[in-house]
Design a protein around this ligand. Structure first.
Ligand code: ZN
Ligand code: ZN
Length: 404
């Protein structure tokens, strides 16, 4: 038997006045998820632990059975892994922006006019540099975004950001603990060199001619050390894949040894082709044991504080789930969220998320629709995110007995 875990990113919500006191999921018309709720068992899940406001990265680590408190030091490594960089345990990775500074090193545009062209050339100028015996790996990502990896001996992720996160002076990177001084120095050198090498780069000369802000500096943030994760294969003896539009989720899964399945139309936003993602997931189960499908869009509407939009996108995703009904005779299907992103809060909350599991042999309950209010009355009660993979593999007959 196979396992399909569908994550509607940030789907969990709180009652909304605009929706007459219902949550976006409750107020959405979701015949397919309601069908699965009725055929299966329902409950709520604390992605990490009760009351913890999870990020998408730490939540996905937990859902895959890892302890985020043990392996997570910052977002950088997961972002870099999502960009297909070959990482080694101990590497220090950062998310970066190409930005614009004036001659006094004041940031005047954090996104360099949302630069789209020639960022590969700019990145190549910085990639492969050596600073104090440390190798610099640098790669452009979407628009003004990029990732930086420092590889060498004795590095620490415990340093501040160079990115001031607002307009104004570029931050001097500081160590956050003893032993991190050298890493802070290396990062300061990198930022200074990025300005020296980029300010008169042909791509920026062209930009200035066109009246566009030059991408004349790189500002790193979110330092983290690449953890050694025992792969899903080693941990559970299964072959697993992931379909996700956003690099952070791909990165977590990649470091967990999962196969990244690229789907045309998986964009990580509301324009994503949800149907293509579901069918690619079903197809993968022809050769793999488990697939995780992440749909990012509900989280974006939560951050925008748009309950109507969130409701509409949940309905669109529900429609795309129609074919799942046909695989229920040989697949354990779970539908949940990685955290709640209440529209009223416009950020992640520590509220638990609804969870349903359907498939052969799954015990049922009396719940006939999927929602924040109905799910806790179901037979699963309240579970932790880190238990979900064990629960699913057990139902699919893919787990080993503990004891005689
Ligand atoms: Zn998320
Ligand atoms: Zn979010």
């Amino acid at each position: 038997m196979k396992v399909m875990l569908v994550i509607l990113d940030g789907m969990g919500d709180r009652p909304s006045a605009i929706l007459g006191g219902k949550t976006p999921l409750e107020s959405a018309n979701t015949p397919n998820m309601d069908y699965l709720a009725e055929k299966g068992i329902n409950g709520i899940m604390d992605p990490i632990a009760p009351g913890i406001r999870a990020g998408s990265d730490t939540a996905h680590l937990s859902l895959l059975g890892y302890d985020p408190y043990g392996v997570y030091t910052g977002r950088g490594p997961f972002e870099a892994a999502g960009e297909n960089l070959e990482l080694k345990p101990g590497d220090i990775a950062f998310r970066c922006n190409f930005s614009t500074v004036d001659e006094n090193m004041n940031v005047i545009d954090r996104r360099a006019g949302r630069i789209k062209e020639r960022t590969h050339e700019l990145a190549e100028t910085l990639n492969g540099m050596e600073i104090d015996g440390t190798s610099v790996i640098f790669k452009e990502s979407v628009e003004h975004r990029a990732v930086l990896v420092l590889r060498g001996e004795g590095l620490s992720p415990r340093i501040t950001d160079a990115d001031p996160h607002r307009l104004g002076r570029v931050n001097e990177v500081k160590p956050l603990e003893k032993g991190a001084e050298r890493t802070a120095d290396i990062l300061n050198t990198f930022v200074r060199k990025s300005h020296e090498l980029l300010k008169n780069h042909p791509a920026n000369i062209e930009r200035r001619k066109k009246g566009l802000p030059p991408a004349n500096i790189v500002l790193p943030r979110g330092a983290g050390m690449v953890p050694h994760l025992e792969s899903i294969g080693e941990k559970y003896g299964i072959k697993a894949g992931v379909i996700a539009g956003v690099s952070i989720v791909k990165g977590v899964c990649r470091l967990a040894g999962m196969e990244i399945l690229n789907v045309d139309g998986a964009k990580g936003n509301a324009e994503s082709d949800f149907r293509a993602k579901i069918s690619a997931g079903m197809e993968y189960l022809g050769r793999g044991d488990m697939v995780l499908v992440n749909m990012k869009a509900p989280d974006l509407f939560g951050h925008d504080g748009d309950p109507e939009g969130k409701k509409a996108i949940i309905e669109k995703i529900d429609e795309a789930m129609d074919p799942i009904k046909d695989i229920l005779d040989h697949t354990i299907v779970a539908i949940t969220a990685d955290h709640s992103t209440p529209c009223d809060l416009m950020d992640h909350s520590g509220d638990p998320v609804p969870l349903l599991i359907a498939g052969p042999g799954v015990r049922t309950d009396d719940i006939g629709n999927f929602g924040e209010r109905s799910a806790p009355k179901g037979g699963l009660c309240r579970v932790r995110g880190c238990d979900i993979i064990g629960i699913l593999l057990q139902l699919a007959g893919l787990s080993e007995k503990f004891g005689a």
